[in-house]
Write a protein that binds this ligand. Structure first.
Ligand code: CA
Length: 222
């Protein structure tokens, strides 16, 4: 699950990024509203954590710009502002949750889990293509009813491909879903994960589109 963290306090952002990564989130961090808005439209993340006091614009304006877009995107607001009126205007402005600084990391993580769960159940928790079933609630994958063991990145890669079955996913799109901004990625990383996944999946389940990327055929027999 990809989180965009918009926070100009470097120390807080670094602490948050580490805690979120330990929880299994992929984190892209931005210190300004403009950078965050550009990135969100390009990378379609799953969640946004948004500080209200940003150097270039008010976080509420970032929220308004996000809400003007098409996709419903869960946003958790972080702020040092104490006033009730700010909390109300953030929620009225379309924020899904609100946390005042200073906060306990455990509380933030608990609230993110709630948002992530809401996100998971708003669609269906299972994605099925042919004999392969991916359960987003338990993070498990089975082939013909037999569970297979995947690493976290293998799971994320398979999820990205299965959710987009019938469409081609380029290497760049997949890298973006699996890794945070600035994370070191070797040029053959996606190929290596695909190769490992193929050993655990039915023959031909993941197809290579030469020079473009990968795809999973939606109409596979189960
Ligand atoms: Ca700030």
């Amino acid at each position: 699950m990809k989180v965009i963290l918009v926070e100009d306090d470097t120390a807080l952002a670094n602490g948050l990024r580490k805690a979120l990564q330990r929880e299994g989130f992929v984190v892209d961090h931005y210190a300004t509203g403009e950078e965050a808005i550009d990135s969100i439209s390009l990378t379609s993340p799953d969640l946004v954590i948004l500080d209200l006091g940003l150097p270039d614009m008010d976080g509420m304006d970032v929220l308004r710009r996000l809400r003007a877009g098409r996709e419903p995107l869960p946003v958790l607001i972080l702020t040092a502002r104490e006033a009730l009126v700010d909390k109300v205007s953030a929620l009225d402005g379309g924020a899904d949750d609100y946390l005042s600084k200073p906060f306990e990391m455990d509380e933030l993580l608990a609230r993110l889990r709630v948002l992530a769960r809401r996100l998971g159940t708003s669609v269906s928790s299972e994605v099925c293509v042919g004999p392969v079933v991916l359960d987003q609630a338990s993070h498990s994958v089975s082939v013909e009813g037999n569970e297979i063991v995947l690493s976290r990145r293998e799971y994320m890669l398979l999820k990205a491909l299965m959710e987009n079955a019938g469409r081609i996913q380029t290497k760049e799109i997949l890298e973006n879903k699996l890794y945070g901004r600035g994370e070191e990625i070797a040029s053959n990383t996606i190929e290596a994960h695909i190769s490992n996944l193929r050993k655990k999946l039915p023959v031909g389940f993941i197809q290579t589109v030469r020079g473009v990327g990968y795809t999973i055929d939606r109409g596979q027999r189960s």
